[in-house]
Ligand binder design. Structure first.
Ligand code: F6P
Length: 551
């Protein structure tokens, strides 16, 4: 699939640059005053989610031009290529087919001449059987007691997606199982998890697509040893250790019984793998029916992304708005602000999804880009963030577009908590939009009893520029289907941006160098010799490590 020419040389790019000059000093406040239907016009609903994008620095011309950009970049053809299994991950010569994992249609999806759907369906059936056995106490630990705890060992995509969805769907946890996520290579993390557990009632799931990730293997070995040191026998291991991996041989070599290995495929990227058996800890917590609903919600978003016209296509709209800010307003970050306790780890998941996918500076053809690509993703749950970092959003020198994400109903409707939470969410985006002028600040201060002279001195501190853009994404309640649609929405937003920027959103070569160097540094830390061969700073830090071991 050819993606035409250098992005910045395109006529449409130049039109967008000149349009930016036309509107950059216009205030959204005036646009809202002039157009009472702005909310209805810049609003789209799909798969149970509604996006209000009226609080963006756009008018009809902006959206028309951005849509033209999408067409010039062959976005519909690129989307089709992704869904039909073309090898769009060119550097690894693979398709990116996470959408196949939630394909509820009867469309075949062919990879290397074979329909992959039967194997996917078979894996979901195996997951169902496994969940049934564990949840109904048919599969027990070595002492014949039912399992009480599941430790999911994995990192990156083999951790963040299931962790997010488990948290998001906590109200649907309907088994007595406690699920623990062990990711970091940090003695404190594993210690804190294992110290509360009984090996005879603990099940481990080693989650690693490659089965070669240092942190995961080290943690898995340590858990195995803990199990053997605390009552388990070698012969009990198959009852307590399972794995999800595309590298069955390595998982077997580690000692996992073949029947306890769930498959993964190289056409699923780690950060897109929640929908595969990597979702097993989640399925154990919420049951396979709820897990299927999660997949169904994602499928609905897939169908929307695949078939809706660009102008009404939610992921495409969000992608283009992001491009508008990154490439024309010079913005380099994007805030994710869920107003829902259960969605509090969404920013962490989206950091990997977005930054590992589009943190690229080389095009698919191998040329350096001469424009910015993926922004820095950050954020946190509201209202906590309001008392921490929102100050910068309102008055800082940087402006960061933000996504406010909000269920209209709570799973826990206590008193008027939820109305208060929603009022905070709405008033934050309102404040970002309208700001406060100097005259308004003076008026307010005088009304509070301050003299006009004093008010004039203080007012500049209270001026808030406003005109800061945000999306509000809302839905009735965070149910499994909604959460599936929400995560898939962001997957497609990120993919569509990568398609426009002409980068490969499905590889991650940048993380490799750190891994390679890490092994050499570990050798140096573990040797007694004073290192000379690194840069001066690394040599000094290794020396400091040696010196501080006996303090
Ligand atoms: O180091 C980055 C990465 O490869 C991610 O892309 C991936 O999600 C994570 O490591 C874990 O990889 P694996 O599932 O192969 O252990």
């Amino acid at each position: 699939m050819a993606i035409p020419g250098s992005l910045t040389q395109l006529d449409i790019w130049k039109s967008l640059q000149s349009h930016y000059q036309d509107i950059k000093d216009q205030h959204m406040r005036d646009w809202f005053a002039a157009d009472l239907n702005r909310f209805e016009r810049f609003n789209v609903t799909a798969a149970g989610l509604t996006l209000d994008y009226s609080k963006n620095r756009i008018n009809d011309d902006s959206m028309n031009l951005l849509m033209q950009l999408a067409r010039v970049r062959n976005l519909p053809q690129q989307i089709n290529a992704m869904f039909t299994g073309e090898a769009i991950n060119r550097s690894e010569k693979r398709p990116a087919l996470h959408t196949a994992l939630r394909n509820f249609s009867d469309r075949a999806i062919v990879v290397d001449g074979q329909d992959i759907m039967p194997e996917i369906r078979d894996t979901v059936r195996r997951m169902e059987e496994f969940c049934w056995k564990i949840r109904r106490n048919q599969w027990r630990g070595y002492s014949n007691k039912p399992f009480t705890d599941v430790v999911s060992i994995g990192i990156g995509g083999s951790f963040l997606g299931p962790k997010l969805a488990s948290g998001a769907l906590k109200p649907y946890w309907d088994s007595r199982l406690n699920i623990h996520y062990l990711a970091n290579i940090d003695g404190s993390h594993i210690t804190e998890i294992l110290k509360r557990l009984d090996p005879s009632t603990t099940l481990f799931i080693i989650q690693s697509k490659s089965f070669g990730t240092q942190e995961t293997l080290k943690n898995a070995l340590a858990c195995r040893q803990w199990f053997l040191d605390n009552g388990g026998e070698e012969s009990d291991l198959p009852k307590h250790f399972t794995a999800v991996s595309s590298n069955v041989e390595k998982a077997k070599a580690f000692g996992i019984a073949e029947e306890n290995i769930f498959p993964m495929w190289d056409w699923v990227g780690g950060r897109y793998s929640l929908w595969s058996a990597i979702g097993l800890p989640l399925a154990l917590a919420i049951g396979i029916d709820n897990f299927r609903d999660l997949l169904r919600g994602a499928f609905e978003m897939d169908e929307h992304f695949r078939t809706a016209p660009l102008e009404q296509n939610m992921p495409v709209i969000m992608a283009l708005l992001g491009v508008w800010y990154v490439n024309f307003f010079g913005v380099n970050s994007h805030a994710i602000l869920p107003y829902d306790h259960y969605l509090r780890t969404l920013p962490a998941h989206l950091q990997q999804l977005d930054m590992e996918s589009n943190g690229k500076s080389i095009t698919l053809d191998g040329n350096p880009v001469d424009y910015n690509t993926g922004p820095i993703i950050w954020g946190g749950v509201g209202t906590n963030g309001q008392h921490a970092f929102h100050q910068l959003l309102h008055q800082g020198t940087h402006f960061s577009p933000a996504d406010f994400i909000m269920p209209m109903c709570s799973h826990n409707p206590i008193d008027n908590f939820h109305a208060m939470l929603v009022s905070n969410c709405l008033s934050q985006s309102q404040a970002l939009l309208q700001g406060k002028s100097e005259e308004e600040a003076i008026e307010e201060l005088v009304a509070s009893g301050m003299s006009k002279a004093e008010a004039i001195v203080l007012a500049p501190q209270k001026v808030i520029p406003g005109n800061r853009p945000s999306n509000t994404l809302y839905f009735p309640k965070a149910k499994p289907q909604t959460v599936g649609a929400l995560i898939a929405l962001y997957e497609h937003k990120v993919a569509a941006q990568g398609m426009i920027w002409g980068v490969n959103s499905f590889d991650q070569w940048g993380v490799e160098l750190g891994k390679q160097l890490g092994n050499k540094v570990l050798d140096a830390l573990e040797s007694q010799k004073i290192p000379q061969h690194f840069d001066g700073s690394t040599n000094g830090l290794v020396r400091a490590f040696h010196q501080m071991q006996n303090l």
